[in-house]
Design a protein around this ligand. Structure first.
Ligand SMILES: *Cc1c(COP(=O)(O)O)cnc(C)c1O
Length: 366
């Protein structure tokens, strides 16, 4: 049996540190917005290479609150990938702005800068690239476009904590980076959590107000805010995990390299290929095949877990039926949704397990 992701292995590796974090918070008697969150914010900002980090309730709210802090709303357009998790779109529509979906590069998975250029209108205010599967989007091209048109850029870093573009971390490449600490992400909490990283002191300050009911001073509400705070307990757990993140990402890299080696030359199987300038962190290892159903069945029979990220693109979800984008509107995203398959991946996967997965795939498709 090879699970898609072994969630228990992290506790086995870090039990003393995670237990110590738990006892520290329990004994402190202080659970919301305290020393742990403050310390994690400083440590995570240092890790990403930004001057500020603001701990929030989850990744979706990290995206949404940045758009709120930039005062985006009705009449504003935000460029997002057609090929992404629905949260990217939900953040834009939550503030009342208009989603302008842009297709990925032909090989995928990330948004195509050339197509972004064609989608910019006088109403465009921001671009929200996603570093899907842990592979950085083409941030140099995106920042150049944004600079030329006076647009803000918010990175969706939910799947790419620790990834780099020419040595600089994801989350430090745009005007703001929105992070998720959902348990299965490359660094995950023991529940929900999120954060925004930025060099913009004003944005960070506004987010601190927005996350806490729109108040800077207790019971004085200067604007209509949210309740979206990273818990002390989650911050303490994340502090225990952060020192391991680079090493865990390194292990993911080794697993990915082994997959790429063992899966080479299988007819009809597309393998992920990150651009030269990108240092991906392999949140997922995603292959493409026209025989997906057959392959999933064979892997399942062999006790190997797989998932599909994602089976239905946002524009075809019932939630966005009102946008009136029928099948065929975003053919590249639709083809990916029909052909992608995520193989088991994680820092605790064993090399022999990669070989086993690859052997089943080769036997099925050859
Ligand atoms: C997980 C994820 C989110 C949302 O994060 P939550 O913490 O679950 O709200 C947003 N965007 C992408 C690409 C994600 O993978």
């Amino acid at each position: 049996m090879i699970p898609f992701l072994d969630m228990k292995a992290v506790y086995a590796e870090l039990k003393p540190d995670l237990d110590a974090a738990y006892f520290r918070v329990m004994e402190s008697g202080w659970f919301v917005l305290g020393k742990e969150v403050e310390a994690f914010e400083a440590e995570y900002a240092a890790f990403c290479g930004t001057s500020h980090c603001v701990g929030l309730g989850n990744g979706l709210e990290a995206l949404e609150l940045v758009l709120r802090a930039w005062d985006l709303g009705a009449g504003d357009e935000v460029i997002v990938p057609s090929n992404t998790y629905v949260a990217t779109w939900l953040a834009v529509t939550a503030v009342g702005a208009k989603v302008v979906a842009v297709e990925p590069t032909p090989g995928g998975p990330n948004i195509d800068p050339d197509r972004i250029a064609a989608a910019i209108t006088p109403r465009t205010r921001a671009i929200m690239p996603v570093h899907l599967y842990g592979e950085p989007a083409d941030m140099e091209a995106i920042m150049t476009l944004a600079g030329r048109h006076g647009l803000k850029v918010i990175e969706d870093v939910a799947q790419a904590q620790g990834a780099r573009v020419r040595g600089r971390r994801a989350g430090a490449l745009g005007d703001a980076g929105a992070h998720s600490f959902f348990p299965s992400k490359n660094i995950g909490a023991i529940g929900d959590g999120g954060a925004v990283t930025t060099d913009d002191a004003k944005l960070a300050e506004r987010l601190r107000v927005l996350r806490n009911y729109g108040s800077r001073v207790k019971y004085v509400n200067i604007e209509r805010g949210y309740n979206s705070r990273l818990d002390e307990l989650q911050a303490a757990f994340l502090r225990a995990k952060l020192p391991r993140l680079d090493a865990w990402n390194e292990r993911r890299r080794a697993i990915a390299a082994r997959y790429t080696d063992r899966l080479a030359g299988i007819p009809g199987l597309g393998l992920p290929r990150a651009p030269q300038w990108a240092e991906p962190v392999w949140h997922l290892y995603v292959v493409r095949t026209g025989k997906r159903a057959e392959l999933v069945k064979a892997l399942d029979k062999a006790g190997i877990g797989t998932l599909i990220h994602y089976p239905i693109p946002p524009h075809l979800q019932q939630a966005y039926a009102d946008l009136g984008w029928p099948a065929g509107t975003f053919p590249l995203a639709e083809t990916l949704a029909e052909t992608v398959l995520s193989l088991p991946m994680g820092p605790h996967m064993k090399p022999e397990e990669v070989d086993e997965v690859a052997a089943v795939i080769r036997a099925t498709l050859s």
